[in-house]
Design a protein around this ligand. Sequence first.
Ligand SMILES: [Zn+2]
Length: 83
Amino acid sequence: MKTTRTPTTICSCGMPLDAASSAHRTPKEGDLSLCAYCGRLGAFDQNLHLKEVDEKDLPLSTQEEIAAVRRTCKQWVTKKGGN
Ligand SMILES: [Zn+2]
């Protein structure tokens, strides 16, 4: 897992987001990211600030991938004893 520090963005849930993790690479402009606290979707701009994205504007296949990632994250949090 590779973690990249990014400029701090405050998610609409109120939590500061200042890093992105990926299995194998650093984020780039246009990449999507989920808030680890609330699951809200954002996209990185050229300076790696996150901007909120309306999922309904994305292709159905991408919406399905996002849903799968959220399910996996929820299972992980449940196994770790979170909410
Ligand atoms: Zn959030």
